[in-house]
Design a protein. Structure first.
Length: 258
């Protein structure tokens, strides 16, 4: 279900601009086949993709928001494009966004007993330098950014960029003045002493922080933390989901897995 309020907020409540953004989004969903992508798209190469670009959802933060982790520094773009195509990877990205809207956020809302419509991203940039941003990598990032910004606005709660070296920090300081202040206020650029900051928002008692980020979770029985898709959406089965996110109300009906 698409939340129109997000589009109004993204366009600073300029109704005409929000209407145009909304119309473009609806046309894109029709052209891309977004409404049925969860059911229709089979990303059978997922395991191989995750070997070459580790990423995935893993638990929730203290506010109950789903946590998405991406290890950009471990991306091997050449091998990635040997096991999939750019078009198929973009479809996988959209499919995961749709799953978050349809399943993850509603389940998190039930678990937290309050509306959850945004997530937390942890982006590990260890080892990333300008050399990593080859033309194929730039093309992937460009397409994903366009989709995220234009068709899924206001879905980011916070982003933590970890293991940021001096060059990345310099690049960030150059780019930051050109970005929307509301967006940059959600992004926290951290060095390699990031564990304390992450533990401020993620409760280690519920094993939401993987061991490679300083936590204790390994998800050994699920093939590793970034393949586990661990979270309340795994223990709740959506039978009827009627989500109305606005500034006033939320209604969700879910049934537990029997």
């Amino acid at each position: 279900m698409v939340n129109s309020f997000r589009f109004l907020k993204a366009r600073k409540f300029d109704i005409e601009k929000a209407k145009l953004m909304w119309t473009n989004m609806l046309q894109w969903r029709t052209d891309f086949g977004t409404d049925s992508i969860i059911k229709d798209f089979n990303f059978q190469e997922r395991d191989e993709v995750l070997q070459n670009y580790p990423q995935g959802y893993h638990g929730t933060d203290k506010e109950g928001r789903p946590v998405y982790i991406e290890r950009l520094g471990l991306m091997n773009i050449d091998k990635l494009l040997e096991v999939t195509t750019l078009d198929r990877y973009v479809k996988y990205h959209v499919q995961e966004f749709e799953k978050s809207i349809a399943f993850r956020c509603p389940a998190c809302s039930v678990a937290a007993k309050r509306p959850i419509d945004r997530g937390v991203t942890i982006l590990d940039v260890e080892g990333v330098s300008l050399r990593n941003f080859t033309k194929p990598v730039q093309e992937v990032i460009s397409q994903l950014q366009k989709i995220d910004n234009n068709y899924y606005p206001e879905t980011l709660g916070e982003m933590f960029v970890i293991n940021a070296g001096p060059r990345f920090r310099l690049l960030w300081h150059i780019l930051k003045p050109f970005l929307d202040p509301e967006t940059t206020s959600k992004i926290h650029v951290l060095g390699n002493n990031y564990q304390g900051r992450l533990l401020e928002i993620i409760d280690e008692c519920n094993y939401s922080l993987p061991d490679f980020l300083g936590g204790s979770c390994t998800c050994e029985n699920d093939g590793g933390c970034l393949r586990s898709d661990k979270g309340p959406w795994r223990t709740l089965k959506t039978s009827t989901v009627n989500v109305i996110f606005s500034s006033f109300s939320l209604h969700i009906s879910l049934s537990y897995v029997s």
